[in-house]
Design a protein around this ligand. Sequence first.
Ligand SMILES: Nc1ncnc2c1ncn2[C@@H]1O[C@H](COP(=O)(O)OS(=O)(=O)O)[C@@H](OP(=O)(O)O)[C@H]1O
Ligand SMILES: [Mg+2]
Ligand SMILES: [Mg+2]
Ligand SMILES: [Mg+2]
Length: 448
Amino acid sequence: MSSCTTSFSTKVSPTFRKNDIFLKKQMLGTISFSSKKDSYLGFTAQTSSQTDFVSAMDEDCKLELKSNYISDGYCKELEIAVRAVHMACLLCQRVQENLLSETSEHVHSKEDDSPVTIADWSVQAIVSWVLSEAYGSNVSIVAEEDVEALSKASAAGLLEAVVRTVNECLADAPRFGLKGPGTDLDAKAVLEAISRCSLAGARGSKFWVLDPVDGTLGFVRGDQYAIALALIEDGEPVLGVLGCPNYPMKKEWLSYQNGYRRILSRLSSSTSESSDRGSVLYARKGGGRAWMQPLLRGESKFVWPNAAREIRVSSIDNPALATFCEPVEKANSSHSFTAGLAHSVGLRNQPLRVYSMVKYAAIARGDAEIYMKFARAGYKEKIWDHAAGVLIIEEAGGVVTDAGGQPLDFSKGEYLEGLDRGIIACAGAKLHETIIGAVDASWNSSSL
Ligand SMILES: Nc1ncnc2c1ncn2[C@@H]1O[C@H](COP(=O)(O)OS(=O)(=O)O)[C@@H](OP(=O)(O)O)[C@H]1O
Ligand SMILES: [Mg+2]
Ligand SMILES: [Mg+2]
Ligand SMILES: [Mg+2]
């Protein structure tokens, strides 16, 4: 992604021609004419910098493109977010391999008994540091982890491991076309980077949302997990990046359940296969397009830029042929309710139980058609568990709502307030309607 492509249309004089733009825009790379209907001209523009593009168009062409471009843009933000997530994926792969080989690393329990590891804190530090370098230390980020446990005197060894992991990862920054810190970050700088990501520190209507490791349980069990970064503006995700370090470009290994650990250890010892071990998905709001990149190999000389492939949701709309995903843990979503619902709509395939937002990735990539999550009454879904996945599915052609058919509301702080019963993501509107109808039909007789 050394440059960014954006599409838009604008009203111009009927005599305006493609060459008028080409002649004046050498600095922009290419602008190609896509359609001319009445007095509207469609463009696809490739540019390396949002600012160049906007100012050049204004100056030379006298077109009012500024607001158009900015609302369709997020070009620079996406570029940085994708690179930060790639770095985070490699960090997590290294930590997970260490966990699996049972050498050193620690898994801790939070107050709600959920796990947290050095990968969760380290990724949060990395992403926070990269975004702060790009946008200043006032950048607004809301993320899952805090530094309470890490700052205790008894956690000195843990903090040391996090600082070491962060610095190892930042040393790799130039491979991703990013500038590293020059000298290693000390513990204070790492703690600062982590604690900067708080709801209290999120100013204004535009902020980043980060789940440094989603599906930490899957991560510590040597299975699927994701790194999820999104940008929210005016209550809606406008950019989403999902790093899936154990979800290769090829889909086969996704459905390999019961024994993922063995697959992983084989992959890490095999150079040819490990080159296709993970993927990073991303999208910007409004373009109707989403992409996927292979993860760079940890040890190789392969450097940025990385090639991307466009992804699209599945075209299957017949429940009998569809596959549905759901959380692995019964405690996180009712398996009995979805089993009844699956039966009622004629879903025949076994549910694909996968940890983390990899479920959203599976729908966006066309590897499954339906994702359902019905948490127990009283549980409030967090924005970082959904923002990136929702946008990527929508831009890849899918539909995501609550069980009442309403869009998820990212405008009320840390939680998805007002969520009706559960979350339903589908490859298309027809399947979505079917599932929503079935939830209504079976809800009252359920014990949820
Ligand atoms: N009780 C309860 N109900 C519903 N959801 C909960 C619950 N507790 C936690 N969480 C959140 O679920 C996130 C993991 O979701 P998954 O879909 O990966 O679930 S599962 O691990 O496959 O069962 C997980 O995200 P991470 O903490 O990032 O792993 C939690 O935010
Ligand atoms: Mg967690
Ligand atoms: Mg999560
Ligand atoms: Mg998490």
